[in-house]
Write a protein that binds this ligand. Sequence first.
Ligand SMILES: NC(=O)c1ccc[n+]([C@@H]2O[C@H](COP(=O)([O-])OP(=O)(O)OC[C@H]3O[C@@H](n4cnc5c(N)ncnc54)[C@H](OP(=O)(O)O)[C@@H]3O)[C@@H](O)[C@H]2O)c1
Ligand SMILES: *[C@@H]1O[C@H](CO)[C@@H](O)[C@H](O)[C@H]1NC(C)=O
Ligand SMILES: *[C@@H]1O[C@H](CO)[C@@H](O)[C@H](O)[C@H]1NC(C)=O
Ligand SMILES: *[C@@H]1O[C@H](CO)[C@@H](O)[C@H](O)[C@H]1NC(C)=O
Length: 244
Amino acid sequence: MAFMTKYLLPILVVSLAYYYYSANEEFRPEMLQGKKVIVTGASKGIGREMAYHLAKMGAHVAVTARSEEGLQKVVSRCLELGAASAHYIAGTMENLTFAEQFVTKAGELMGGLDMLILNHITNSPLVFFHNDTHIVRKTMEVNFLSYVVLSVAALPMLKQSNGSIVVISSLAETAMQATSGIFIAEAAPKEDCALEIIKGAALRKEEVYYDKSIWTSLLLGNPGRRIMEFLALRKYNFDKFINN
Ligand SMILES: NC(=O)c1ccc[n+]([C@@H]2O[C@H](COP(=O)([O-])OP(=O)(O)OC[C@H]3O[C@@H](n4cnc5c(N)ncnc54)[C@H](OP(=O)(O)O)[C@@H]3O)[C@@H](O)[C@H]2O)c1
Ligand SMILES: *[C@@H]1O[C@H](CO)[C@@H](O)[C@H](O)[C@H]1NC(C)=O
Ligand SMILES: *[C@@H]1O[C@H](CO)[C@@H](O)[C@H](O)[C@H]1NC(C)=O
Ligand SMILES: *[C@@H]1O[C@H](CO)[C@@H](O)[C@H](O)[C@H]1NC(C)=O
């Protein structure tokens, strides 16, 4: 029995996980046609590229960031590229009231919501920590708390549409420039990267890794973690959790 749980079960889990993840359907751009999508941090970088891909696929897009000028350009380009509709609302994610109201307004503008793409991130300096807790707090507010607020605000609409939430974490071009000389690595092309994210989102993939090195997905998607997750989650009574 000990042998069973120690070795056979993990092997079974990995095989099932492999089967489950490889049995995905093919991506088709029509999957995004007419879909109502929010992209945050879309005034530049990966966010902007995702908005352009979505526009080409005929989606409705609502973008946000602080720079109104940047957003205006993104919206007009989206319309040129074939977006079903394109809107922007400028504001800072440091303001959680703004975050909440943005989702409501975007939902009203598009008449619902199918996908919430959380991509904005504040520039945090790559320096040693010197007792500056307020910087940590601000970073947590913009990079984490606002994600929670946006998700909670979007949930009623996403439940109605059976929609999805996409969270981005990357080391693409801008990040490379910001940290240039400190973190040494080649930037991934953000156009391709943005497309891979959209494809993964449309197929409802749990995780998508984009990198030239095959080691990235192998190491980040490590089976050990998946097995641990599987085993840990078995200890929870989800029916009770949901009914509570
Ligand atoms: N930059 C880094 O050092 C770094 C490091 C690791 C990972 N990443 C990842 O990179 C992803 C985005 O990458 P990227 O290369 O496309 O970054 P980027 O070009 O710097 O884009 C960040 C976006 O977020 C917006 N933004 C910044 N601060 C904001 C605020 N306070 N409120 C609302 N919007 C704000 C920016 O627009 P405005 O300036 O107009 O507001 C911009 O549209 C993030 O999801 C992150 O996980 C970045
Ligand atoms: C935060 O955003 C809300 C809604 O957009 C706005 O009414 C309020 O004035 C903002 N607060 C600050 C401190 O800017
Ligand atoms: C850290 O900052 C706080 C508030 O400014 C200060 O009271 C505290 O003494 C500082 N601690 C250290 C170790 O510098
Ligand atoms: C919602 O999406 C999931 C995952 O694609 C699917 O299994 C489920 O049947 C969908 N539910 C409805 C009501 O469309």
